[in-house]
Design a protein around this ligand. Structure first.
Ligand code: F6R
Length: 242
């Protein structure tokens, strides 16, 4: 794993956005894997600013998001579909029909999972996957203990993940208890991965990732077996390295 050290969150967002923009310009049919949460928001702002200023086009780009809450329809402000439209897709020239996010509001969640996995494979996989990380090492919604071979599946969210995400909801009770997520096996099939780690609260996670063993109790450690991962971490996260 290669590490790029960013000064701060702004710098991390700019470095990651420039990398993506460069890829999009070089490969106009790129298949891009995207994440939600707090960390990528700065990247999406940079992508929008660049699109407006330099005209970088996403017309032929296809995107696959990592995850979605079970039970939330796309118009729900807390759904990841809403987040992606609001933070990125509505402001660039991407064709919405080429933006894929698991559906959380379907009757048959299991068949949604296998259909999503098939869809990614039908598109011959993800070229570049953007990831954030949870303080417990989760990637996507793959919590500690998830099999490294897992494909897209339904998860019961842990109390700590629900609490971390409660900031976006009116109350903790409103945070869904389940989500659909790409599996670790799905993520590992991506040709290239960028892992974003920002802030003091992630320093233990970065330290464990770099110094710990590869095992299922720390989901992000699977990435050590991937041939093409770049970590972009800011000084606040790097400060925890022992
Ligand atoms: C989001 C996702 C999660 C987040 C992680 C970090 O689609 O899959 O794994 O990347 O929870 O979230 P933030 O960036 O809010 O710290």
């Amino acid at each position: 794993m290669k590490i790029i050290e960013a000064k701060d969150y702004q710098d991390l967002s700019k470095i990651a956005a420039d990398y993506i923009i460069n890829k999009v310009n070089s490969f106009p049919k790129l298949k891009l894997g995207l994440a939600t949460g707090g960390t990528p928001i700065g990247i999406y702002k940079n992508l929008i600013a660049d699109h407006q200023k330099n005209g970088t086009s996403y017309r032929e780009i296809t995107t696959f998001n990592l995850d979605e809450y079970v039970g939330l329809a796309g118009h729900n402000q807390n759904s990841y579909r809403y987040y992606m439209n609001h933070h990125l897709f509505d402001h660039i020239d991407i064709q919405k029909k080429n933006t894929f996010i698991p559906r959380g509001d379907v009757d048959n969640i299991q068949s949604e999972c296998s259909a999503y996995e098939d869809l990614i494979q039908k598109h011959k996989g993800i070229d570049l996957q953007i990831l954030g990380i949870g303080t417990n090492g989760h990637i996507g919604f793959n919590e500690p203990g998830t099999s490294f071979k897992s494909e897209t599946h339904v998860v019961n969210l842990t109390a700590s993940t629900r609490m971390a995400n409660a900031r976006y909801f009116n109350s903790l009770e409103e945070v869904p208890t389940r989500a659909i997520t790409m599996g670790i096996g799905t993520i590992m099939k991506s040709k290239e991965i960028i892992l974003l780690i920002s802030g003091e609260q992630k320093k233990e996670a970065l330290n464990r990732l770099l110094t710990g063993t590869v095992d299922e109790s720390f989901p992000a450690s699977a990435l050590k077996n991937h041939p093409y991962v770049t970590i972009i971490a800011d000084k606040a996260a790097i400060a925890g390295l022992k």
